[in-house]
Write a protein that binds this ligand. Structure first.
Ligand code: ADP
Ligand code: MG
Length: 322
């Protein structure tokens, strides 16, 4: 149902950066180790994501474009211990309902599949090469929803949003090699060698990476690990604080706040640290099923976790001579 998909698209696909996010998350879920993102005209003309992941078997390709078809959740139980980034099965059908999408995918052990869908209509499906992985290209985003096109900000802003998303994903997955290029110009490249500080250096510069402090701590329920910036390296927004729970990028106001509180009174008003915080915990204690953008999470024993974070960061920053 194309109309239902377009309505869902209103929630899932707000702007080019949301398409990048959904496609890259799918590539991550598919166990890719290399993800290349190629963008033209800030994503409005074209967004292409090429991965070397598991690919989609020929018989499953059309399913992938059906609403609420996800290969990632099979039982109600699964919903309470989601390990993958996607699980709602809404992204591909939503994107395909408001753009011109060409998907080429192969699991590597049989002929691949090429599928072309425009504005929710299947234009064609055929066999393609066997290279293992998926190459998905999204052209003319919002071509059939002019009202949404009008909401787009300047190309610089849309591109900055895309860069932010890719930066965050790269910081979240140091073991994946990412590239982002805009009109042939490379904006981001990470090595995929797994060193978080190296990714930080690639994104914020080597100088700034030297201003990051490593922290690590645990209690009976949580393990935390990451980097957070010295008070001399801050930003005017909280969005440079990345939080990952069991490898999943999440948003949680209290956790972010706990990081900031670790600074005591060391931050200037309106300034926020740059940080990457990894949290390991029992997946049954996180509820990811709060919001369709599926980044908001609810955590049991949240205040215990907050205390741990604040304490560990405070202690680490106190060691530095500030
Ligand atoms: P979700 O990620 O919530 O499952 P999506 O609409 O994003 O839903 O994707 C639908 C399905 O298509 C996924 O469950 C997955 O099986 C498949 N898929 C999408 N992108 C890829 C990819 N890059 N590599 C392998 N499989 C993919
Ligand atoms: Mg997805």
């Amino acid at each position: 149902d194309v109309l239902a998909d377009q309505i869902a698209a209103g929630e899932v696909v707000e702007r080019p950066a949301s398409v990048v996010k959904e496609l890259v998350e799918n590539a991550i879920d598919a166990n890719s180790t290399q993800i290349d993102i190629l963008v033209e005209e800030a994503g409005l003309k074209s967004i292409e994501v090429v991965d070397n992941g598991d690919g989609i078997a020929a018989e499953d390709v059309s399913m992938a474009f059906e609403r609420h078809a996800t290969s990632k959740i099979t039982t109600r139980e699964d919903l309470f211990k989601v390990h993958s980034l996607g699980f709602r099965g809404e992204a591909l059908p939503s994107i395909a309902s408001v753009a011109d999408v060409l998907l080429e995918t192969s699991t590597g052990d049989e002929a691949g599949t090429q599928m072309h869908i425009k504005g929710g209509q299947v234009i064609g499906q055929s066999l393609s090469a066997v290279r293992k992985g998926t190459d998905i290209s999204v052209k003319d985003l919002f071509f059939n929803t002019p009202a949404r096109l009008k909401y787009m900000k300047s190309p610089q802003t849309e591109l900055a949003n895309i860069s932010d998303i890719v930066n965050r994903l790269a910081l979240s997955y140091p073991q994946i090699a990412f590239t982002l290029s805009h009109e042939g110009r490379e904006l981001i490249r990470t090595s995929g060698r797994g060193d978080l500080l190296q990714v930080i250096a690639g994104i914020y510069g080597v100088q700034n990476a030297r201003k990051m402090v490593k922290f690590k701590g645990e209690d009976v329920d949580f393990e935390i690990y990451g980097y957070t910036s010295l008070p001399e390296f801050t930003r005017a927004s909280r969005q440079y604080i990345s939080v990952l729970i069991n490898g999943r990028y999440v948003k949680n106001f209290q956790v972010t706040k706990a990081i900031i509180e670790g600074y005591g009174s060391k931050l200037m008003v309106g300034r926020y640290p740059v940080a990457v915080l990894n949290i390991k915990m029992d997946p049954l204690l996180v509820d990811v099923n709060v919001h369709p953008a599926k980044q908001e999470v609810r955590i049991s024993q949240e205040s215990q976790l907050q205390d741990l974070i604040t304490k560990v960061i405070y202690k680490e920053l106190s060691k530095e001579n500030l």
